[in-house]
Design a protein around this ligand. Structure first.
Ligand code: ARG
Length: 609
């Protein structure tokens, strides 16, 4: 049970409201919140206003009745009433120190979820045979952060990489590579990428162009050219479709070649994951192909529940409130992206026993997930094998844009691949860290090349990850390398630097204030302490709303509160040894909360910068 001051106040006022309002107070929120301004105290209770309305009594009178009824012994200074009936609350110094004391444990006061269980996080989701692009970067970074946050509160998180490894696109590349006679044992990613693009181009008929050419009497030569292109496209599609049928039927040599494409793609994904420092490896791969033997079972179940209807040879699921049904089997008998997703939900909830499945996928797939989730619910898969209700949630994210608000390009002007972005970020971080280390006053002065490179890498990668996580994920986001690697502003390096500065202070003091009596007298000490006490609630809010940016915002607030504290309250020249040790203890606790938060965002926290 959480016993931080805010929760204790809420409980105390809940009881007082019942006492004052009797049955009228049932279900009423005491509305206890952190105070808007420090002048108003630390917290306020606004519940008197609502209760007064119910009781038809003047709100200030009800506020006074609540104050008379509430038991705040050992918790608050005598409260006062402000404005129409707000109750301002100020923690007693002992209560504040006691609360900080209580959170100063290895878990920093973060309480486990009331209902822990298996949570599946569907992240990364790269498509085999294509370079990973920045969209998959978002899915991977946000997915990893959510996984860390949910693990932090006690869930058993299963990361699953739902690879696009089983459909027409991959069959098209496979056909292309084979007809080009490429030696697949020597295949590399650029060749694979090139084959992907040319396979797509060859198979794209230009019907509109042909119609236009005919309408404009463009001349027989042009028309013949377009006709040939379209015939070629149809032939290529036909050949790719045949390849897919053979692959799906288990043709051994095709299977072996297919595996080579997967290996090449996944080597690059592994490399990117390692550089990003995300927990994602082969053990998390759960490609579309792994569901191939389960798709028919999904269809059988939908039919048995009378959910699926034949429509011109295809099979669809209708929704009363939607114009378009969900297609689950094509008229040629082929299954679709949605069918695989239904199979994945079935496996995750009925076999893995998940209580929650979170899909970290581009916001443009919103309708897909709405349909698939509703179909899964109708099919009975939103109750897991253990009888627990399962939540299916789409953690949608927006697109990555360049500083010009157009799709992202690299410095060289080509479409940005993930690898090129990471190279650039590491390069920028390292340059900045090296530049700073030249100053003799810098804690990094004199460190070895290797140590500096390691810090530079942490800064560059941390910058990219933080930029991705610090805004509301669902919004489009502008990838601006200059801004994200800066040591000032709302950036990863700013927070990393704040952390490193705390490390420096403690290192120089050779004392972390462990066990010191806390004396929180100055307003900046109080503000910092009150901020630290919000850590537990922040982690839970980020987990519950699937919003890592709440953690980012909180860490910024803490770093700023620390700055204000450090400016106003000398640590080494604190006046007395007791005061100095109390401040060192606060400094160390702040450092640990910051490190914990950065770790939840997957951002490294170097000790020197
Ligand atoms: N491969 C898909 C894409 O690139 C993303 C997969 C997301 N996960 C899922 N279960 N549908 O669009």
């Amino acid at each position: 049970m959480n016993m931080d001051p805010e929760s204790r106040l809420r409980r105390a006022f809940e009881a007082a409201m019942k006492q004052v309002g009797g049955d009228d107070a049932i279900g009423m929120d005491p509305a206890v919140r952190p105070a808007g301004k420090p002048e108003f105290g630390d917290f306020q209770c606004n519940g008197a206003l609502g209760l007064a309305k119910r009781l038809s009594r003047p709100p200030r009178e009800v506020a006074q009745a609540l104050i008379d009824a509430v038991d705040l012994t050992d918790l608050c200074e005598p409260p006062d009433i402000a404005g129409p009936g707000f109750i301002n609350l100020r923690l007693s110094p002992q209560a504040l120190a006691g609360a900080i004391e209580a959170m100063d444990t290895p878990d920093l006061g973060v309480t486990p979820d009331d209902d822990p269980g298996v949570v599946v996080i569907d992240l990364c989701g790269v498509n085999v045979a294509k370079q990973m692009h920045v969209g998959h970067l978002r899915s991977t970074i946000i997915g990893d952060a959510l996984a860390r946050i949910l693990e932090r509160i006690g869930h058993d998180v299963h990361r699953e990489n739902h690879l696009g490894d089983w459909g027409l696109p991959i069959a098209m590349v496979l056909h292309q590579l084979r007809s080009d006679g490429v030696d697949l044992n020597a295949l590399d990613l650029p060749t694979l990428d090139e084959a992907y693009r040319s396979a797509q181009a060859i198979a794209r008929p230009d019907h509109a162009g042909l119609d236009a050419a005919r309408a404009r009497h463009s001349g027989p030569h042009r028309i013949a050219e377009l006709e040939a292109q379209n015939e070629g496209a149809m032939a290529a599609r036909g050949a790719a479709a045949e390849t897919l049928v053979n692959l799906q039927a288990g043709d051994e040599s095709l299977r072996a070649d297919w595996q080579k494409l997967i290996d090449v793609t996944m080597d690059a994904v592994q490399d990117a994951s390692d550089r990003l420092g995300v927990t994602l490896g082969p053990e998390h791969n759960c490609g579309e192909s792994t569901y191939r033997t389960e798709l028919q079972g999904v269809i059988d179940h939908l039919q048995a529940c009378s959910m699926a209807r034949e429509d011109q040879g295809a099979l669809v699921v209708d929704f009363p409130d939607r114009e378009r049904p969900l297609l689950v089997r094509k008229s040629d008998g082929g299954f679709l992206y949605a069918t695989t997703d239904l199979a994945a939900i079935r496996r995750r909830t009925q076999v893995t026993d998940a209580i929650e499945c979170i899909y970290v996928v581009d916001a443009r797939q919103k309708d897909h997930f709405r349909d698939v989730f509703d179909a899964a619910d109708q099919a009975g898969w939103c109750t897991n094998a253990g009888g627990h209700t399962v939540q299916l949630r789409h953690a949608a994210f927006g697109s990555v844009l360049g500083p010009d608000k157009r799709p992202l390009k690299t410095r060289a002007g080509t479409n940005a691949t993930l690898a090129s972005l990471l190279d650039e970020a590491i390069d920028r971080g390292t340059t900045e860290v090296r530049r700073r280390s030249e100053s003799e006053a810098s804690p990094t002065h004199g460190l070895s090349d290797e140590a500096l490179n390691q810090i530079g890498r942490a800064v560059g990668i941390g910058a990219v990850k933080y930029a991705d996580l610090s805004g509301d994920a669902v919004k489009d986001y502008v990838f601006d390398m200059d801004r994200m690697v800066a040591f000032e502003g709302d950036t990863g390096p700013y927070l990393q630097y704040a952390h490193a500065r705390m490390c420096s202070i403690l290192r120089r003091a050779e004392d972390d204030g462990c066990g010191a009596d806390l004396r929180l007298d100055e307003p900046q000490e109080r503000q910092l302490a009150l901020g630290l006490l919000k850590w537990d609630a922040t982690v839970h809010a980020a987990a519950g709303n699937l919003q890592p940016h709440r953690i980012a915002g909180y860490l910024r607030e803490i770093a700023e509160a620390f700055s204000a504290f450090y400016q106003a309250c000398p640590v080494m020249q604190a006046g007395s040894d007791d005061r100095k040790r109390s401040r060192l203890r606060l400094c160390d606790l702040t450092r640990r909360v910051l490190a914990d938060g950065l770790n939840l965002l997957g951002v490294e926290a170097p000790e020197r910068m």
